[in-house]
Every structure is written in C-alpha cells, then in structure tokens.
Design a protein around this ligand. Structure first.
Ligand code: PLP
Length: 420
C-alpha cells in the first residue's frame, strides 16, 4: 500500500510510485478468473518487470530496448517473447547468436520470417515462433501470407508454435471479443484442414479495459465472467492460451504525485500550475482535461498530512485551510466553501491541461495532487522531452511495503543539447 505522506516527505514531486503487491494480486486475479497464462506487455511499464518475475508467466517484449531492459535485469529468457513490428538484423543477430534460451519470436511479416530463418540457420540454432495475424493495420500478416509462411517453413530451423493476435486496447465489448475468437477458431480449423498444420498455442491480447474517469461505471467482474467462456472456446480446440496484457495488469497500481508551484486568476478562471503535466501523465481518451480522473489532494503539514478531498476529514481540512494568508488567496469560495480550479502542467502550450473545472477547498502552493491509475503507459508514453523538463523520479513500493527509488530525476536538457 502506498503511503502518500512518506512519498511526499521522503521523495518529493513530481514522482510516479508503483505498488508491487497490487500488481501481483492482479496477475493472480486475472489468471484465476480467465484460466489462461498471463504475459506482461512490457511497454506498459518497464519499471516493474523484475518485481513480478516470479508470478508472471512471460513477457511480451516489443523492441530491442525492451529486451535490453529485461536482459539487464536478468529476467529468465525462457519467459521472453520477442515481438514488435520492426525487428532489425543486428538486434536479431545479437539475440539469436548470444542466447539459445529465448522462449520465442513473433513473425510480423514475410521479411521477418526470412530474417529469423536466415539468422537462426547461420548460427546453427533452432528457434520457436508465433505468426502474428493482422487485424487490418500495419501489424502482423494477412491470412495468405500466414499460410505461405507455414507452407514454406524450414522446420529443422524453426518451429511455428501458433498464432499471436492483438487488435487493440480498451476493449469493453464482449461482442467484439467473441468475434475475434470466432476468427481465431475459423483460422485454426482452416490451417488444419488446408495445410495439416496444428496451432498449438495462441497468444491473444484481449485489450482489457481500465476506466479512468470519475462517474464511469463498469462491472469488471461481470465482464470477465463473459470473457472467460469466449476464451474457453479457444482452449476447447486443444490450444494452449496465453493472454498478453498491459494496461489492465498495471494501471491501477500507479500513482503520480505532482505539487502546486504557482496559482493565479484572470477573467477566465482560476489556474493552478503543477510541477508535472501532460508530458508525464497520459490517460487514454483524455482530451484537454475535459474528463476528471480519480485523484486526491494532500496538504502536508509539519505533524500530519491532510487529505483535502476526503469528506471524512472536514474538520482537519478547515484547520489546514485556515492558515493561508488572505493576500495569497486565488479564487472566490462558493456557498459550500469550494473554489473551481483548472489544473495545468509546466509546458509552454495551452494544451497542457490536466483537469478542467475541479471544485476543491482553498488550495495553496505546495499542495500535492495524487493522480490514480497511472501505472500503465504514463511513464512511457508521455511527450517527456518537450521543453527540456526533467523526467520525474520513479519509486516502487515493493511487496514487503518498502519504498525504493528506482530512477532518480533525469535531466532531458542532456538529451536535447546539440553536441558540436
Ligand atoms: C502486441 C501487443 N500486445 C499487448 C499489448 C498490451 O495492450 P493492453 O495494454 O491494452 O493490455 C499491446 C499494446 O499496445 C500490443 O501492441
């Protein structure tokens, strides 16, 4: 469990913190609920990969960089699936030459298949693969190419274990998942009937959703109860099923801490400037702060931390609110003692809006916003080089509850500096 006060006092802001115990529980929950192996899509958050190694069934690694991270952390290579749309020859050579224990590679095109065959053959290796079926975009291959690869494969060099299929994220329609399963089952039958090929494994990315915004209602348990029989239909074909999951495994485990560094008002409203921004915080489907994510506001006083948006602590809040000098007041309270604020980051763009129009008790410099559900994609997808702002610290609350910083602040001015 993340202790907000400890994070603020010991580490400061801006910082991401990931709760490992929550992720471990989540892996077990999804595996039990869906009765399938769970592979973690490393792209969602590379900072927790080592912490989950004993629990997770495998890793879906989509670039040489992600491989280098996992390999540096001494992740068991028998858990690694090397995936991704651009597999360059030097990277594939390095992996195949040096390691004969990588679980498998995925094939995203006829060219990739030829490359993998060629490199494996030259190195006297036998490798295992899955062919990625396209969903109609730049990823994977069409059915004709898939059949061509199977029909022409050199089995002495490469075993094709089956199919990988991922069509997109944030899927909350059981109809869509059932349609995808239908497609996979038809393909399993076609490959068997036309080519005598047995699909032994399917690695399927169900794109399980996360609901990020206040007011959204979703009965996840009921949804997963519908997903399970859809997935069972694949297993009934005698196929081993693994699920590639990113967002749904780690999103809820992460919090992002950012402090108020400035405040002002003008005829258009009250503006709060935070030491973070859209360079650090990515909520899927969030457009210009129009939807309100789940967050807390904490004021750290000398002897205690007060949660400013927790209705149970109103008395303490009033006590804490009382110490803001009048000349520092920004905005006017309504009859309920609330002020409407717009939350902005530190970038030079009007688009750097985290949330618009939140109602809160009177805020002051140093108050900390803690955004929830940031464990997936925020630290990896943000436009973090813009304006040469520093990259935030990253901390982990490990499974025993210890808070450890696993990345100190990184200066992006070093990256953005031309060298003559
Ligand atoms: C091939 C592949 N598998 C799995 C994932 C993870 O998706 P999600 O985070 O929706 O679970 C992605 C995400 O882009 C992906 O590209």
């Amino acid at each position: 469990m993340i202790d907000n006060e400890r994070v603020i006092k010991k580490i400061g802001t801006p910082t991401y913190v990931y709760d490992v115990a929550a992720i471990l529980d989540r892996i077990k929950y999804l595996r039990d609920k869906l009765d399938a192996d769970i592979l973690y899509a490393v792209k969602a958050n590379s900072f927790i990969v080592k912490e989950i190694e004993e629990e997770i069934d495998g890793y879906e690694i989509c670039s040489k960089g992600e491989f280098d991270i996992c390999n540096s952390l001494k992740i068991n290579r028998e858990k690694m699936v090397i995936s991704g749309v651009h597999k360059d020859r030097p990277s594939i050579e390095e992996m195949i030459e040096n390691y004969d224990d990588i679980r498998r590679y995925t094939i995203e095109s006829v060219n990739q298949w030829e490359l993998l065959l060629d490199v494996a053959k030259k190195n006297g290796r036998h490798i295992h693969t899955l062919i990625r079926l396209t969903s109609g975009n730049q990823f994977g291959v069409c059915e004709e190419d898939l059949k061509y690869i199977i029909a022409n494969n050199d089995e002495a060099v490469m075993t094709i274990d089956g199919i990988e299929y991922f069509s997109g994220t944030q899927k909350h329609s059981i109809k869509k998942i059932n349609k995808e399963v239908d497609k996979l089952i038809t393909l399993i039958d076609t490959l068997h009937d036309e080519l005598g090929f047995s699909v032994n494994e399917i690695e399927y990315g169900p794109g399980l959703p996360i609901f990020y915004y206040q007011g959204e209602e979703f009965d996840e348990e009921a949804f997963l109860d519908e997903v399970k029989p859809a997935l069972d239909r694949i297993k009934e074909k005698g196929v081993k099923l693994s699920l590639e999951v990113g967002r749904s495994l780690v999103a809820a485990s992460g919090r992002y801490f950012t402090s108020i560094v400035d405040m002002k008002s003008n005829k258009n409203g009250n503006f709060v400037i935070l030491d973070g921004g859209i360079n650090h915080l990515v909520y899927y489907g969030g457009t210009l702060g129009m939807r309100i994510p789940h967050f807390q506001i904490v004021r750290v006083l000398e002897d205690k931390a007060v949660n400013l948006n927790d209705g149970n602590q109103v008395e303490k809040i009033d006590e804490a609110v009382g110490d803001i000098p009048k000349e520092l007041h920004v905005g006017t309270e309504d009859e309920n003692g609330l002020i409407t604020y717009n939350l902005h980051g530190s970038l030079c763009t009007v688009n750097d809006i985290l949330v618009k129009n939140i109602n809160a008790r009177r805020l002051k410099l140093g108050d900390v916003f803690i955004f929830e559900n940031v464990g997936a994609y925020s630290s990896t997808e943000g436009i973090s080089l813009f304006l040469s702002r520093d990259l935030p610290k990253i901390a982990i609350c490990d499974k025993d509850g210890n808070l450890k910083v696993v990345r100190e602040v990184i200066k992006t001015s070093d990256i953005n500096l031309p060298r003559y």
